[in-house]
Design a protein around this ligand. Structure first.
Ligand SMILES: Nc1ncnc2c1ncn2[C@@H]1O[C@H](COP(=O)(O)OP(=O)(O)OP(=O)(O)O)[C@@H](O)[C@H]1O
Length: 228
């Protein structure tokens, strides 16, 4: 069986670091599954995301053992643009992801870089903005939106690349309750659309939308027993 995400005996050590950050991780995530990963600060959660979205090994050149497969294909053999069409990642701080003068430009950026034609780009903007329910903000400057709205625009800008896999890396950390509710609603909807989702959080109470929760502790991934 081919999984959207399969991690096999993965270990990683950053260049110049003495210790491994990830140790012998095995993981399989099914289509349409929402997997929550909790862990305290510094336990390797973001590093695992980097391995899944190709930042490791394509940008960070540390010591990597084992492998990550996306739909059966090793990430290390794919170029980053191809990985970006399969995995979208929403980070904790949306300001690091938003840089265009309007919401529409922000969402168009990815498809434009794929050199798609104007009509296709227009359709993708329309669809992505609709999924996140931000139609009326299409011409607004994303930097003047609320934290939760910025996260939704960051999500839309990723959805416009039509990835099957989405990673939310501590997306809930800086947003209020209403924003969290909104993001969770969208996650439920994306799950129904068959997307495979990983949610990384410090606080497992944010993971009530997850089908399964695992814990990352000292670089090792295990099942979550209710506390860190
Ligand atoms: N580019 C890097 N070079 C060297 N070490 C790094 C680099 N990025 C992260 N680390 C180290 O790897 C370890 C794990 O970091 P990582 O960001 O993956 O943890 P995390 O669980 O996501 O933490 P947080 O919840 O605080 O974001 C930390 O000790 C961190 O200092």
């Amino acid at each position: 069986m081919t999984f959207p995400i399969e991690v096999k005996n993965l270990s990683y050590q950053y260049s110049g670091r003495k210790e491994k950050v990830l140790r012998e991780i095995d993981l399989q995530v099914n289509r349409g599954e929402v997997l929550g990963i909790v862990g305290l600060s510094g336990n390797g959660k973001s590093t695992l995301c980097y391995c899944i979205c190709g930042i490791i090994p394509h940008i960070f050149k540390g010591r990597l053992e084992g492998e990550v497969l996306l739909f059966g294909k090793p990430v290390k053999t794919m170029d980053l643009t191809t990985v970006a069409t399969q995995v979208g990642i929403v980070f904790q701080d949306p300001d690091t992801q938003l840089f265009s003068p309007t919401v529409e430009d922000e969402i168009a950026f990815g498809p434009e870089n794929l050199c798609l034609d104007r009509e296709e780009i227009g359709e993708r903007i329309f669809d992505a903005i609709k999924v996140v329910g931000m139609e009326k903000h299409r011409h607004d400057n994303p930097h003047y939106l609320s934290g939760g709205q910025k996260q939704l625009i960051a999500l839309a800008s990723i959805l416009s690349l039509k990835p099957q896999i989405l990673i939310f890396d501590e997306t809930m950390a800086q947003i209020d309750l209403a924003g969290k509710k909104l993001i969770k609603e969208k996650i439920r909807q994306l799950k129904k659309d068959g997307k495979t989702i990983i949610m990384i959080e410090h606080d497992f109470e944010n993971l009530d939308v997850a089908d399964r929760i695992m814990v990352l502790k000292d670089g090792r991934l295990g099942s979550f027993q209710g506390r860190l």
